[in-house]
Write a protein that binds this ligand. Structure first.
Ligand SMILES: NC(=O)c1ccc[n+]([C@@H]2O[C@H](COP(=O)([O-])OP(=O)(O)OC[C@H]3O[C@@H](n4cnc5c(N)ncnc54)[C@H](OP(=O)(O)O)[C@@H]3O)[C@@H](O)[C@H]2O)c1
Length: 328
């Protein structure tokens, strides 16, 4: 019996063994994405960079973001060499509300439409950090950035546009009320904060999927599965709820899967959404095996879904624009 059928380890069998299909040549697998405008956030390293390169090899016009200009320039060059001559790096700090609003404004100047937004930036913070606008970092990157960017880029998102929120099965490990704590100073548990943030992201995905459906746009949460990235390399045994003796196993699982393999899960949803999602399906969660997962009671809880979007906007002390999704 797979261990993930037990409530203790939800979803863990999605990743093991690594899917053989992951190593196939992309061009034989997917149709060209020529003239498709794709934004990937936090994409100068890790899974985001790998996904951006894969999409560039399919000829998409890719815009990537990150804070470090050197890494950004190197990524831009690599994307152009991979097949995306108009690829651009845009420097952005997704940790603050203003950083996300400024990025959305810049993107609207750079491109006349967005076909796909991949909200990839995020991750687990080994120690508690507070953003320049007084938000807890895990929530700021994993919830606020995707919620705000999706709303702000809505005016330029194509009618058949797609938003991919990069999620994690960690969300299903969270116990308690995601609208309360656990981000008090001195009471910070890295994995719990991450699981909570990804749960809020999944809830917000369901709300935004419903909201954008009448305009023909789709919003989905996708779990790329574990991968060896700068983000995972920076973790330590104190970040995980598992007993310390399990740490070598956690590391083995992370090391056994490359950013490229994890990125294939995202690329498949972006490049061939109809292979993964039935027509019209939006506001859902896609597993690392590319299967839409039933979210049970979460799927019916419209009040908490809407609240997750409002939570994303309300973090910290920055004042948000009056109307979400406005062009202002
Ligand atoms: N890796 C895994 O095992 C795993 C598993 C499941 C889900 N995920 C999810 O997959 C996504 C990517 O994970 P990853 O492990 O590839 O991440 P990562 O290695 O930590 O990603 C680093 C990227 O994010 C950028 N970045 C970090 N903070 C930023 C900020 N404040 N503003 C702008 N850019 C920022 C970095 O560029 P700069 O440093 O230049 O800013 C870099 O491009 C996350 O949402 C994560 O939760 C990961």
């Amino acid at each position: 019996m797979p261990c993930c059928s037990q409530a203790q380890f939800p979803g863990c069998c999605d990743y093991w063994p690594p899917a053989a299909a992951m190593s196939r040549d992309l061009k034989g697998e997917f149709a060209t994405m020529r003239n498709k405008s794709v934004i990937v956030t936090g994409a100068t390293a890790g899974i985001g960079r790998a996904a951006a390169l894969q999409l560039a090899s399919l000829r998409a016009d890719v815009v990537v973001t990150g804070r470090d200009p050197e890494r950004g320039r190197a990524t831009e060059e690599a994307l152009r060499a991979a097949g995306s001559p108009r690829a651009r790096f845009v420097r952005a700090d997704h940790s603050t509300l203003d950083g996300n609003l400024a990025l959305a404004a810049e993107v609207k100047h750079l491109v006349d439409r967005v076909d796909v937004l991949v909200n990839n930036v995020g991750g687990l913070m080994p120690r508690r950090q507070i953003t320049a606008d007084d938000a807890e970092m895990t929530l700021a990157l994993n919830v606020r950035a995707p919620v705000v960017l999706t709303d702000q880029l809505r005016p330029v998102l194509c009618r058949d546009g797609l938003v991919v929120n990069v999620a994690s099965d960690a969300f299903s490990w969270f116990r308690g009320d995601p609208f309360e704590g656990p981000d008090e100073a001195g009471d910070y548990e890295p994995f719990r904060a991450y699981a909570r943030a990804k749960l809020l992201l999944v809830l917000a995905t369901l709300a935004q999927g419903r909201e954008l459906r009448p305009e023909g746009m789709r919003v989905v949460a996708v779990n790329p599965g574990p991968a060896w990235t700068p983000g995972t390399r920076a973790l330590n045994p104190n970040c995980m709820p598992a007993p310390k003796v399990m740490w070598p196993i956690v590391r083995l699982v992370q090391r056994s899967r490359s950013a490229d393999q994890a990125a294939r899960v995202l690329t498949r949803v972006v490049a061939a959404p109809d292979d993964v999602l039935r027509p019209g399906v939006t506001g859902c969660y896609v597993s690392a095996r590319g299967k839409v997962r039933d979210l049970g009671a979460l799927g019916d809880d419209l009040e908490r879904q809407e609240r997750a979007v409002r939570t994303g906007w309300a973090l910290g002390n920055a004042s948000a624009p009056e109307r979400r999704g406005s062009d202002a």
